[in-house]
Design a binder for this molecule. Structure first.
Ligand code: HEM
Length: 404
């Protein structure tokens, strides 16, 4: 436990961190990667370049500082990050490296203002926060390894099948090389893929949502080909699209993530997705159709047009079998889309449309998509009075804020 004086010192430095937080984490990453380049095998270079990871870590450090005497209050956040860490293979021995470089960065950015008292208080506080993460993650590793078909680190899977789902999205069906059972998962969870790309110095790890229901002998991911191969964002997805054929072996970590459908509830659900955000939603849809076919589901998908609309036939077939109302929005339909009647509404999902068309009083809402889509859906649902405990969402990449 931290003593009262340390707690006070930590709390009084929160405003300073809020001013310099991002600068501190930028220096932190730079120094840490200089001293420990091997960590570039774990960190996502795209997130580093765009500063997204800096913001995510800075935000968590403030939160931890504010709640340092009551870390229980931020347990949901710890849990979400711990899922990501477990999926990436972060280990207890990594924590002192991060702690050391965080303190170096605080000293460098704050200069004389970083007194010994402040630095010592932060060293103690970091220890408490790190212990909280390490113990939550240890439980997650145990759980991942001990369940039927589970495993602890990365396990080789073969690409059993590739299916082009749209001009930009391709599904990969992955089966374990050892031919043994694979762990079940909750619809909405993701896996990490660790890739070695020829000519690249470091490995790349990326998370992809599982896009089919659990209980099969494969995992399916459906990957969008992001911008060019040269952009850090597109590197891995382009590699998967262009170079990973059937028969190729990929290293996969066991399913993780705290964004998943509550299959205990019988009340209606509304699943909303934008673009490739549909992947966890299709997993949820397929699961409900198999396990709770009587449950009322509204599946709302927004895409630009039919050319980039993935898994269209699969969703339509599932909708026909279960109690699913499927609605497709295109904001830039093509002439062909019009002729084929391949969408229901032209434009974006709006508050007014939701008010008229979904059960706002009873439904749980799950959504995933690009940030502007998420912001629009989140604020519409709040304005319409949907209780916060019925709103569930997940970001691609590091957490961001949904506030305007
Ligand atoms: C992701 C916080 C320790 C490696 C994250 C995220 C946060 C975070 C907020 C983003 C989560 C998300 O996107 O959902 C922290 C805090 C730590 C800590 C507060 C210390 C108490 C570590 C350690 C390592 C590590 C020790 C390994 C050296 C990563 C990696 C990611 C990540 C690789 C994924 C994002 C990326 O690749 O850029 N962490 N973390 N973290 N963390 Fe940590």
């Amino acid at each position: 436990m931290l003593d009262q004086k340390t707690i006070e010192t930590i709390k009084s430095t929160v405003p300073v961190l809020e001013v310099h937080g991002e600068q501190i984490t930028t220096v932190f990453y730079k120094t840490m990667f200089e001293n420990h380049p091997e960590l570039l095998n774990i960190f996502n270079h795209a997130n580093q370049k765009q500063g997204r990871q800096q913001r995510a870590l800075a935000g968590t450090v403030y939160a931890a500082a504010k709640y340092i005497d009551n870390l229980e209050a931020i347990l949901p956040v710890v849990n979400q990050i711990a899922h990501k860490h477990r999926s990436l293979g972060i280990l207890p021995e990594h924590y002192p490296i991060v702690g050391k470089h965080l303190l170096i960065a605080i000293k460098e950015v704050l200069g004389d203002a970083a007194t010994d008292e402040i630095i010592n208080a932060w060293a103690d506080a970091y220890g408490v926060i790190a212990d909280a993460f390490i113990s939550v993650e240890a439980e997650m590793y145990d759980e991942a390894a001990s369940q039927r078909g589970g495993w602890k680190d990365f396990r080789p899977f073969i690409v059993a099948k590739r299916v082009e789902e749209s001009e930009v999205i391709t599904s990969f069906y992955l089966k374990p090389v050892d031919g043994k059972a694979i762990a079940s998962f909750k619809p909405g969870q993701y896996i990490s893929i660790k890739l070695e790309i020829e000519g690249e110095e470091f490995t790349h790890i990326r998370q992809y949502s599982l896009s089919d229901a659990p209980g099969k002998d494969y995992y399916r991911i459906s990957v969008k080909k992001e911008a060019g191969m040269e952009s850090p964002d597109g590197k891995v997805s382009n590699y998967l699209h262009n170079s990973v054929e059937e028969g190729e072996v990929l290293q996969i970590s066991a399913p993780a993530g705290d964004f998943f459908l509550d299959t205990q509830k019988d009340t209606p659900v509304v699943l909303l997705s934008g673009g490739v955000g549909l992947t966890p939603m299709v997993s949820m849809l397929n699961t409900v159709a198999e396990l709770q076919p009587e449950k009322e589901v509204t599946f709302i998908h927004a895409a630009q047009n039919g050319k980039v609309h993935a898994l269209k036939d699969e969703v339509a077939a599932t909708a026909a079998k279960a109690k699913v109302n499927s609605v497709v929005f295109y904001d830039q339909p093509t002439e062909e889309d019009r002729q084929n009647n391949s969408f229901d509404v032209e434009g974006y999902i709006t508050k007014e449309w939701l008010k008229e068309n979904v059960n706002l009083e009873q439904s749980d809402f799950y959504f995933c998509g690009p940030v502007p889509f998420m912001k629009a859906v989140n604020s519409a649902l709040k304005d319409l009075g949907v209780a916060e405990d019925r709103i569930h969402f997940e970001f691609f990449g590091p957490m961001a804020s949904l506030e305007a």
